[in-house]
Structures are given as structure tokens and as C-alpha cells.
Design a protein around this ligand. Structure first.
Ligand code: TXA
Ligand code: MG
Length: 344
């Protein structure tokens, strides 16, 4: 099939995209986090097409995207006060809440769970497409399963051109990493995935928050986890990634000693000079962690476009959005971390 390209500037884009969704088609949609691959989240057949297009494991549930907080009530029951407070504070925005699912949500969307993940994205265009379609839109990150997420329309076309009905081009995604996921079916609520809304911001509203093991450690394939998506090798370029931690000087010393031709260094802009002989690629400025989250997936994709044998990666420290960047990089590295202060 031909994939219809819809520009954000075209006034007809929202209604064309909504019509395709209503008919059960697949439309890639821009959000502030990453591009999503959207389908009618209440239509089992439409949702099945997402899994096929992405090559996504069947046990990995999808997020339903809503146009406004009130639409939560169409798909969730027993919504706690905390959910309304979070929606008021952070929606539209990069926060996904896990809540009890109403029967109207097909098992294909929830992967058989009794809960459903809900998010209201911060894109006026995408919210109007959702509103016009009249249904919540299921949308995982639009990348092929296991590969780095899609933060531009070009990334989406690279993965899906000719295989999906349409793409809405809303430009590069502002946040660049996927939404924060918090499970509100537990007390205290549990952080399942860090993202643009930081743990500090959640604690301010919720008082208490636990952090799921899958956020900080490698999960065994057979382990039962709260967010099934967190156990798969993720966000990863084809070449193995190793994080080199430690001071700027110690890391540069370690990497320059071990570097071999064909390998690459993924580093901060401030460090490019230190890796002149090591084919470095910057993904943003260490002084501006938001630039790192915005640039991470594009950089990981660039590392895939040539025959790279190994990637040494520099990872920011600290909280806020840097915490989400750490999580994605650690997953891309399958938690392979070398401490340059200790290892020679
Ligand atoms: O920013 C985002 O959240 C993007 C954009 C497109 O909105 N979407 C996204 O979807 O990242 P996806 O499918 O790539 O990641 C969704 C994650 C998966 O790890 C999945 O296992 C988890 O959410 N998830 C979905 N429903 C869940 C549920 N009921 N309980 C626990 N985790 C769930
Ligand atoms: Mg994803």
C-alpha cells in the first residue's frame, strides 16, 4: 500500500486521519514524547494490525490515548482521586496512568490484563484527531519492536513506509523519550517507566511512590512484571552498547585505551574533543539534560545506519529527565556498565 503523508499544515489532516482510524486503519501520530502507531483502541481487528506492523509480542499491552481527562471514564472504572489530581497537574503531557479497565476495552489492547494504560498527549493536532475519531486511540511507540523509538516522521517512514495507511508529520518530538508510566491500581502507586514527568513531580502530588524493579535492573525473560514491555531488550541499536561511567577524564582514558576501529562513542557535546580518534557522536549537552532526552533516539538510530561493532556510551547522572535518559540507555546497554574509575 502507499502510505499517505499528512502534513500538520494541511487543514484537512485531522479529519482525514480520523476517518482512516474510524475505518480500522493504522495512522502514525506525533506526540510530545515519541511518534505513536495509532489505531482504534476499541476495535480488536484494528489493534491486531499494530502488533503485526511492529512485530510486537502479543503479551505487551498498548496505551490508550484520550483527548481529555473526562474520556478516562469511557475506558476505566474505580478511578481514584489521585488519577484526577495527576491528570489536572500533568495532562496533556508525558504521563501514562494504569487503571482498572472497563469491559469495553478489548483483550487485544490490554494483552489480557484487567488494567489499561491511559495517556492524554500534548499535541493539539493529535488530540483533535482523537476527538474526531470518537474513540480512544491505541498507540505504542511507532518503531519496529526492539529498535530505538521514533522521534521524527522520517524515523517512522524508515520503519513503516508502504506498510501503514498514513503518517501525520508533526515535526520532531519535544521530549524525545516515552511517557512516564505510573500504576495507580496499587497503594502506594508504582513507577513502571520513568519519562518526562519526573518521580519528584509525581511525589509532589501522590506523597508516596514505589519504583518497580524493571526500572533499575535487567528483568529475566520469564519473570512476571507489571509493565510487560519493560522486560524486552529495548531501544537498542544493532551493535552492543556499553555504558562507561565515571568522571569525564576517567571515561575518556578508558575508552581511548580500549577503542578499536569500527566502534563508536556516544557522548555529550562537551566531550566530543576528548574522543576525536574514536568516531564520536553527540546526543546533546550534559549541561542541558532535556537536549539529551530529545536527541537520544535519533542518535541511537544513526548508530544503526553504518556497520558499527560496539558503542561506548556516556550517560548523564542525577534526577529529573536525566533519570529517564539513564533508564533508556541502560536498557539499550542491557545494563552493561563499566566504571572507568575502577576498571583499567
Ligand atoms: O510516550 C508514550 O507513552 C508513547 C506515545 C506514543 O504515547 N507510547 C509508548 O507505548 O511508549 P509503548 O507501547 O512503546 O510502551 C507502552 C508501555 C509498555 O512497556 C507496556 O508494557 C506498558 O506501557 N503498559 C501498557 N499497558 C499496561 C498495563 N495495563 N499495565 C502495565 N503496563 C502497561
Ligand atoms: Mg515502545
Amino acid at each position: 500500500m502507499d502510505t499517505l503523508y499528512l502534513s500538520a499544515d494541511n487543514k484537512a489532516t485531522a479529519s482525514i486521519a480520523a476517518d482512516i482510524l474510524k475505518k480500522g486503519g493504522l495512522v502514525a501520530l506525533p506526540t510530545e514524547t515519541v511518534y505513536g502507531l495509532g489505531a482504534n483502541g476499541l476495535d480488536e481487528n484494528a489493534v491486531a494490525k499494530i502488533f503485526i506492523a511492529k512485530g510486537r509480542p502479543q503479551d505487551n499491552p498498548l496505551i490508550l490515548h484520550v483527548a481529555d481527562p473526562a474520556q478516562m471514564e469511557d475506558i476505566c472504572h474505580d478511578i481514584p482521586q489521585a488519577a484526577w489530581r495527576l491528570a489536572q497537574a500533568f495532562w496533556p503531557g508525558p504521563l501514562t496512568m494504569v487503571l482498572p479497565a472497563k469491559d469495553i476495552v478489548p483483550k487485544g489492547t490490554t494483552a489480557g490484563l484487567s488494567t489499561v494504560a491511559v495517556r492524554c498527549p500534548d499535541s493539539d493536532l493529535t488530540r483533535s484527531i482523537i476527538r474526531l475519531s470518537g474513540v480512544p486511540i491505541a498507540a505504542p511507540s511507532a518503531n519496529l519492536s526492539g529498535t530505538p523509538s521514533t522521534t521524527t516522521a522520517a524515523h517512522v517512514l524508515h520503519d513503516h513506509n508502504g506498510k501503514i495507511d498514513a503518517i501525520v508529520d508533526g515535526g520532531a518530538c519535544r521530549v524525545g523519550v516515552e511517557s512516564t508510566i505510573v500504576d495507580l491500581t496499587e497503594q502506594p502507586p508504582r513507577l513502571l517507566r520513568p519519562g518526562g514527568i519526573t518521580p519528584e513531580q509525581l511525589v509532589e502530588i501522590l506523597g508516596e511512590l514505589t519504583v518497580d524493579k524493571a526500572v533499575t535492573a535487567q528483568i529475566d525473560k520469564d519473570e512476571v512484571v507489571k509493565a510487560p514491555g519493560m522486560k524486552y531488550r529495548h531501544y537498542a541499536p544493532k551493535a552492543p552498547v556499553v555504558i562507561v561511567s565515571g568522571s569525564r577524564e576517567a571515561a575518556a582514558g578508558y575508552i581511548n585505551r580500549h577503542y578499536e576501529k569500527g566502534q563508536r562513542v556516544l557522548c555529550f557535546q562537551e566531550e566530543l574533543e576528548l574522543y576525536r580518534g574514536c568516531d564520536p557522536l553527540s546526543y546533546g549537552s550534559e549541561a542541558d539534560p532535556a537536549s539529551l532526552s530529545a536527541g537520544l533516539f535519533d542518535a541511537l538510530r544513526q548508530l544503526d545506519s553504518s556497520a558499527v561493532t560496539k558503542v561506548y556510551a556516556r550517560c548523564p547522572v542525577g534526577g529529573g529527565i536525566a533519570y529517564a535518559v539513564q533508564n533508556r540507555l541502560k536498557k539499550a546497554a542491557a545494563f552493561q556498565i563499566i566504571d572507568a574509575e575502577v576498571e583499567a
